[in-house]
Design a binder for this molecule. Structure first.
Ligand SMILES: CC(C)(COP(=O)(O)OP(=O)(O)OC[C@H]1O[C@@H](n2cnc3c(N)ncnc32)[C@H](O)[C@@H]1OP(=O)(O)O)[C@@H](O)C(=O)NCCC(=O)NCCS
Length: 139
């Protein structure tokens, strides 16, 4: 298994993978043009895990100059519990940290118990003091 930076050339395979792993979290922000822009803005930070030439895991990683953010942390079901997710998250955080950012946030659905366990076991602190407020800039 190899972990390497995601490129826009991976998009079709990654998007097909997200249909299996991350459907609920997908939005217009995951269309090709938006992902291309994201990868350019956060060069080398997002990662894929590759086994026998097949993408089996993804993590989108970036920062806004102040805090790091991770999205679409995902591993195909048949490859789970082999620490692929952990290695992807470690690499993403390594890249964010190398840019001088000292804290990273993730968003996780309240009903996603496996996701919460994964992030807690990794060392993320589950915050009880903050709500996320979201605003649609365009309808
Ligand atoms: C969450 C996800 C990425 C974990 O990927 P993974 O490669 O299976 O995770 P790892 O093997 O690296 O797990 C590392 C540790 O996290 C914890 N963990 C991971 N999955 C878990 C689960 N289903 N239940 C309980 N603990 C879990 C364990 O402590 C595990 O270590 P261990 O296997 O030695 O006990 C994967 O389950 C997934 O793709 N889920 C669907 C997408 C998703 O919900 N992503 C998170 C969005 S917030």
């Amino acid at each position: 298994m190899q972990i390497r930076p995601m490129t826009i050339g991976d998009y079709d395979e990654v998007f097909a993978m997200w249909q299996i792993t991350s459907r609920r979290a997908l939005s217009k922000a995951d269309e090709r043009g938006q992902i291309e822009r994201y990868l350019k803005r956060n060069e080398g930070m997002s990662q894929v895990a590759v086994t026998d030439g097949k993408i089996v895991g993804t993590v989108l990683a970036g920062h806004d100059g102040r805090r790091g953010f991770i999205h679409h942390m995902a591993v195909l079901p048949e490859y789970r519990r082999r620490h692929i997710g952990r290695k992807l998250a470690e690499k993403a955080i390594e890249k964010i940290t190398a840019d001088g950012i000292d804290k990273t946030h993730i968003f996780c659905y309240r009903t996603n118990e496996a996701g919460q366990k994964f992030w807690s076991d990794f060392g993320f602190e589950k915050r009880g003091d903050i709500y996320i407020f979201s605003y649609n800039n365009k309808d």
